[in-house]
Design a protein around this ligand. Structure first.
Ligand code: UD1
Length: 334
């Protein structure tokens, strides 16, 4: 049986991926510092997948703690989700973002190298493309120019680091998956996006607002060059994101590969509020406020995932509407 280390495995995308890894016959070890997730997620994973993965509470900045995990188990591959991911927050705390995302990853890679583990799937981001030259963003589009936030730059830097590792060791296998906007919840209603504190991302915020836990949704600017003035994003169902990871893991090869995980189409913030209103069955209130701090938002982002479709045989199978129905079911559980 293949054993996979999942960093950030109690988080949103990590936990959903752990379920499918277990179902796919992998043995999974999870590490997470629980800074934005809860350990109870492991029990929910067990309820769905039948197995509670081994878990160690380790922060990637704790290199010794990471080493102990590698000394305890031998891994065939690492799936690396751990990191900070709030664009707005990264504008206020850039150093914390570089520490967690860049330094934390370098620590992990150093330990992987020491233990001879040379296969990693990395959670990258659409934000590495910065201000896109053309839409939809293709897999081979330029990266690194006009990135709007330290969060995005941290993901870009890690991709450079991974590329350099491949350059000096021909046995290293890296797959970097550039997600657009993953949304939705597990079909069981037992897993979803459950950030600690007030959510930064749009969909969890709308969900908690609709559930009466937060005030009205604040729309960050309606004066962008888009059909209704609000930003356009490529929202992708979490289940499709996870199937992309399983496909990638099954087809790793030497050197560095990058793939967009996206649907090819975008929706505006107001469209998302509209879909959510339909699912909930009443008009959700919102208020337009200023653009995000520092102008961190790219107005329009959507991408083609041709490379993942051609090389991994992957494609999306679910709609934004289904994703939001899942979020609402999940919201009533938490
Ligand atoms: C950002 C990153 C993306 C990353 C994701 C992870 C960029 C361009 N995108 O997505 O790569 O995977 O974070 O967290 O860096 N909005 C509101 N009100 C809210 C919250 C959000 O209007 O309360 C708007 C935002 O301005 C944005 C859209 O909704 O236009 C989506 O925001 P969000 O869900 O935070 O994701 P991104 O910022 O697109």
């Amino acid at each position: 049986m293949k054993r996979i280390l999942v960093t950030g495995g109690t988080g949103y995308i990590g936990s959903h991926t752990v379920v499918e890894l277990i179902r796919g016959g992998y043995e999974v070890v999870v590490i997470d510092n629980l800074s934005n997730s809860k350990v109870e997620v492991l029990d929910r994973i067990k309820r769905i997948a039948g197995v509670r993965p081994e878990f160690r509470q380790v922060d990637l900045m704790d290199a010794e703690g990471v080493r102990e995990v590698f000394a305890e188990w031998q891994f065939d591959a690492v799936m690396h989700f751990a990191g900070l991911k709030a664009v707005g927050e990264s504008m206020e705390k850039p150093l914390e973002y570089y520490e967690a995302n860049v330094a934390g990853t370098v620590n992990l890679l150093m330990v992987m190298k020491k233990f001879g583990v040379k296969r990693i799937v990395f959670s990258s981001s659409a934000s590495v493309y910065g201000e896109p030259e053309s839409l939809p963003i293709r897999d081979d589009a330029r990266v690194g120019v006009g990135i709007t936030s330290p969060y995005g730059r941290s993901k870009y830097m890690v991709e450079q680091v991974l590329g350099d590792w491949c350059m000096v060791d021909a046995e290293v296998e890296v797959t970097s998956l550039r997600y657009f906007n993953p949304i939705g919840a597990h079909e069981s209603g037992l897993l979803g996006e459950d950030p600690n504190g007030v959510p930064n991302n749009l969909v969890p915020f709308i969900a908690q607002s609709a559930a009466g836990k937060l005030g009205v949704v604040k729309v960050f600017g309606d004066d962008y060059e888009t059909p209704d003035g609000t930003c356009v994003r490529d929202y992708i169902h979490i289940t499709d994101v996870v199937s992309g990871h399983l496909a990638a893991l099954g087809k790793m090869k030497k050197g560095m590969q990058t793939y967009n995980l996206s649907t090819g189409a975008g929706k505006t913030v107001l469209e998302m509020i509209g879909i959510f209103s339909d699912v909930v069955g009443r008009e959700l209130a919102y208020e337009v406020v200023a653009r995000r701090v520092g102008g961190a938002d790219v107005p329009v982002l959507y991408a083609s995932a041709d490379r993942a479709s051609e090389e991994l045989g992957w494609r999306t199978e679910r709609t934004v509407e289904e994703a939001i129905e899942g979020v609402w079911k999940w919201q009533s559980e938490v």
